[in-house]
Write a protein that binds this ligand. Structure first.
Ligand code: DX5
Ligand code: ZN
Length: 216
């Protein structure tokens, strides 16, 4: 499978959001990554439904919603109607993860689970068959522009091994500190979806930066 690029709107210029989304439309980006933070699960608050609806109107690509929130079950229907194609929840925020995954699918979206840096891949052994995507956090969630955690390579390798054994079409997404210096090693370790925020939007030439992540 060719790998996918999912630039994160969190790092966009909100005073020029339309320009930035149109740039993504013109680029080789495959998805638009949309980070929702509630100030409870993570120590930061980002944005929610109104912004997702606006991005949905502008974007010509699927929207990959990453929920860094407690009690996601309560909001899944609203995120699906606001335009999410994929919804990813955090394993650490879901007591009844299996139920949450079924709710996402019932809402018509593909379903992902994110793992914080300390959560082992083995945690997912008994739910992997139900998942379309696993997101490996390569920073502690809550902020863009943080430094990549090197143990991520080992976790990607663990997940690639589990995926080969049990779920060969699994999307393996890596999120945090991804740039055109580490992208090759991340793909070799097992990732097939790269989320990139600051490396794309702080570049003088974001379209070229996305292209570099796509072809290296
Ligand atoms: C962090 C978010 C990321 C963030 C990545 O909690 O989940 O998607 O936007 O930003 P960078 O690429 O700047 O690390
Ligand atoms: Zn994210």
């Amino acid at each position: 499978m060719n790998h996918l690029i999912a630039p994160s709107v969190l790092a966009a210029d909100f005073t020029n959001l339309q320009r930035d989304i149109e740039m993504l439309n013109q680029s080789e980006a495959d998805w638009v990554h949309f980070d929702v933070m509630d100030g409870v699960f993570v120590p930061n608050i980002s944005f929610g439904f109104p912004l997702l609806k606006a991005v949905k109107q502008l974007a010509q690509k699927p929207i990959d919603v990453h929920l860094m929130i407690v009690n996601p079950d309560q909001y899944i229907g609203q995120f699906a109607s606001a335009g999410a194609s994929n919804i990813t929840v955090h394993s650490e925020a879901c007591t009844h993860l299996h139920r949450t995954i079924q709710l996402i699918k019932d809402a018509g979206c593909t379903a992902g689970v994110a793992l914080n840096p300390h959560t082992p891949v083995a945690f997912l052994e008994d739910i992997i068959l139900d998942l379309d995507l696993v997101l490996i956090m390569s920073v502690n969630p809550g902020f863009g522009g943080q430094q990549f955690i090197p143990n991520t390579y080992k976790k990607l390798f663990d997940l690639k091994t589990l995926s080969h054994q049990r779920k060969p079409d699994l999307k393996i997404e890596v999120d945090g500190g991804v740039n055109n210096y580490n992208c090759r090693q991340l793909i070799e370790a097992g990732a097939n979806v790269l989320v990139a925020g600051s490396s794309v939007f702080s570049s003088a030439n974001p379209i070229q930066e996305i292209s570099k992540l796509k072809h290296f």
